[in-house]
Design a protein around this ligand. Structure first.
Ligand SMILES: [Zn+2]
Length: 372
């Protein structure tokens, strides 16, 4: 089945929505259009001229990037600047760019969870709370024979997800009554005829952030001209999201051992360690991929033995030492893990939905730093 950019991104958004991004983070469509058919999608950490050249050569239609390429507003579009030339090349070759940045750090089963998986950090929770989302409940009434497809349509857009369960719902069967009036175009019955229909009342919960999508999916799946439904505010369910993760290793190990493990897992030539004692035992681990130094007080508050994050600044390193927090800085580039992980996820969707499309990882190394 051919796949449009709009369909692919709406699936992507149901996994990693833009509302999860930090305020002011320029996520979403950066360049080009999604109103086209996709044959090849490439995942990259950074959009750099070398990556754009690769995308042109490989005839890519859409780039999914962790780092938004247009981070500062563009004041003029002279293509003598290499950054602008890159935008122009993308437009010229009809390559769209879509960015998922801090939402990818916050989303569950996202980048920070993948880091934890690799490092065998378990029982994780978020490091720094970013969102507290209240839940709502939808009750919709449909003819019995439409109940299964309605539940499916609601589950498809993420309604009914609670904890580690998806597609949760409650169905009650009853009788719906109505009399179509002049001007109506009823699916069942005729004008001025009293009808009674065996109907299912389906109840699902959903985070209020996806209310519009849920209602739209419900209306699309409903056979009636005037669907009956109610939306309730519920008070007992709020879902928290946050940046970074904190969790436990199976057993306490020496910091030096853990450093070796990180070097090996991420295949690093070198990394930086801030610590008073490399032989100290560590078990509670905090991690925030990318540049997370400003969250080190949260690592302390969560009683982490060590905090893993990139781009640690010289003077912040002093503060961390003084406050007794061991920190491992493996560099920002470990975020390239998003490439294989997203391609794996996209290929699963390809299988599930029978999409006719190719997903690839960018093969360009965009790490500006080398160890000599
Ligand atoms: Zn980053």
């Amino acid at each position: 089945m051919s796949l449009s950019g709009v369909t692919f991104i709406s699936k992507f958004e149901s996994y990693c929505p833009q509302w999860l991004a930090e305020p002011g983070d320029p996520v979403g469509l950066h360049i080009g259009t999604l109103n086209k058919e996709l044959n090849k999608v490439m995942v990259t950490l950074d959009v750099r001229p070398e990556v754009v050249a690769e995308a042109i050569e490989k005839k890519v239609d859409l780039i999914i990037a962790k780092h938004p390429p247009i981070f500062r507003p563009v004041k003029r579009l002279d293509t003598d600047s290499f950054q602008n030339k890159m935008y122009a090349d993308l437009l010229k070759h009809d390559i769209a760019v879509f960015a998922a940045h801090t939402n990818m750090d916050i989303v569950e089963n996202g980048l920070n969870d993948w880091f934890c998986e690799l490092l065998e950090i378990q029982n994780t929770n978020y490091l720094t709370k970013t969102h507290s989302i209240p839940y709502k409940k939808l009750a919709v009434y449909v003819p019995l024979e439409n109940a299964a497809s309605m539940r499916e349509a609601l589950g498809e857009v993420g309604a009914g997800t609670q904890g580690d369960y998806k597609n949760t719902s409650y169905t009650l069967v009853g009788t719906g009554r109505f009399t179509p009036m002049e001007g109506a175009n009823p699916t069942i019955g005729g004008i001025d005829r009293e009808e009674s229909v065996q109907e299912a009342k389906i109840e699902v919960i959903f985070p209020e952030t996806i209310q519009k999508t849920v209602i739209k999916a419900m209306l699309q799946a409903h056979p009636y001209e005037e669907p009956a439904y109610d939306i309730f505010t519920i008070e007992n369910l709020v879902k928290d999201y946050g940046l970074g993760r904190v969790g436990q290793l199976n057993e306490a190990i020496e910091l030096e051992e853990f450093v070796k493990k990180i070097k090996q897992v991420f295949q690093l030539d070198g990394l930086r360690v801030v610590a008073n004692d490399l032989s100290q035992k560590v078990q509670t681990i905090a991690i925030c991929g990318g540049s997370g130094e400003k969250f080190y007080p949260d690592a302390l508050a969560n009683q982490a033995d060590v905090y893993i994050t990139g781009d640690v600044y010289y003077h912040t390193g002093h503060d961390m030492l003084t406050e007794g927090l061991a920190v491992i800085d493996p560099g920002h580039y470990i975020e390239e893990l998003c490439k294989p992980k997203l391609v794996e996820l996209f290929n699963q969707w390809k299988k599930d939905y029978n999409w006719d499309i190719t997903f690839i990882e960018s093969e360009v190394n965009t790490n500006p730093f080398q160890f000599k």
